[in-house]
Write a protein that binds this ligand. Sequence first.
Ligand SMILES: Cc1ncc(COP(=O)(O)O)c(C=O)c1O
Length: 413
Amino acid sequence: MPPVRRAYATNLGRMRTIPGAWRRAAAGAGLLSADGTGSPTIFAEMSALAAQTGAINLGQGFPDSDGPPEVLEAAREAIASGVNQYPPGRGDVSLREAITEHQHRWYGLMTDPDTDVLVTAGATEALAAVLLGLVSGPEDEVVLFEPYYDSYAACVALSGATLRTVPLRWPDFQPDLDALADAVTDATRIILVNDPHNPTGAVFSAEARAEIVRLAQKHDALIVTDEVYEHLVLDGSRHVPIATLPDAAERTLSISSGGKTFRTTGWKVGWVTGPADLVDAVLAVKQFLTYSGGAPFQPAMAAGLRLGDDYFTGLAEEMRTARDELGAGLRAAGMTVSTPAATYFTVADAGDVGATDAGEFCRALPERVGVVAIPMTAFVRPGERADVRTLVRFAACKRLPVIREAAARLSRL
Ligand SMILES: Cc1ncc(COP(=O)(O)O)c(C=O)c1O
């Protein structure tokens, strides 16, 4: 038998003795157990459960079909024509130009591809580099809207900043504006906004966006936006980046990536745009994280960003159909369901079908009906937010027949 690498899980006991910043990251993400060991994320646990049971995986949000053929072909062509070495640290010029064109075409934003755009290893690296680069220490506070995407709290913890949270509450998940006004103070360094929002599928109201800008101005804070779901607004309207609001651009870094828009989550090509001095500060950290990456995928992403409007509207239409079919299945089971305005995430209340704990419900769901989902408690600070205790997130980013089958199974709950 060839030697087999021992699985991560079997090393958890030994991890307890290993010092280092991993503890901050794990604790920030709520993954440090009382005995000092780290635990794998709920996404890993649920995906393993899906593999074990053969259940339909509506847990982790990755598509099960390929992106547009023009984009895939552009990557193949780039590899064949020798685009295989380090791209420039700021990113391939054609991609930076395509990002600039995209920001102008969709939102009217003006950015200079030489100074205001930085290509990163997915939005994840952009978020890490922004937080590590722009936060000085515990005296700096970062305001997050909770529930939040799991890498946020881990990176805030790694950066050494102090975390402040503002609740988004079921069923509309709009920010509590009084809590926002309390959370943002002169100590706030960054207000981190994920709009459209994972895990809730909410699109922030115009009032909430304006209040974020007003408070950032009042307290001289930066705004960082994560807009990876920018092309998954499902009601036919166009996404509104906070950077387009009056007086916002000068203090806003906008982050996005191509994974969701072009069904290429494994390519990890992202970007950050904003004022040149802030982008330079982010580059100063990013260059020592990955320096650069994904050479052949960068021109391919440029081809994607230059696709006609029909590609983008078609994608949103497909996702709307998936949302509606999944929602119908969940309602048929007797659950109250959010109708997400964007993204491919739908939240349902498992309390309506007798659950008292979404984690237990999700662990049993594959055996019960052959579907995997994620408890909302994975997106909040451990032990906080009793109000989300029975909420469950379903990701409807699979092919329509798969969503229909999942909806049918769920309706039998
Ligand atoms: C809100 C949010 N931000 C960032 C990411 C990660 O983006 P990327 O794959 O480009 O790093 C995800 C992926 O699920 C996400 O949901």
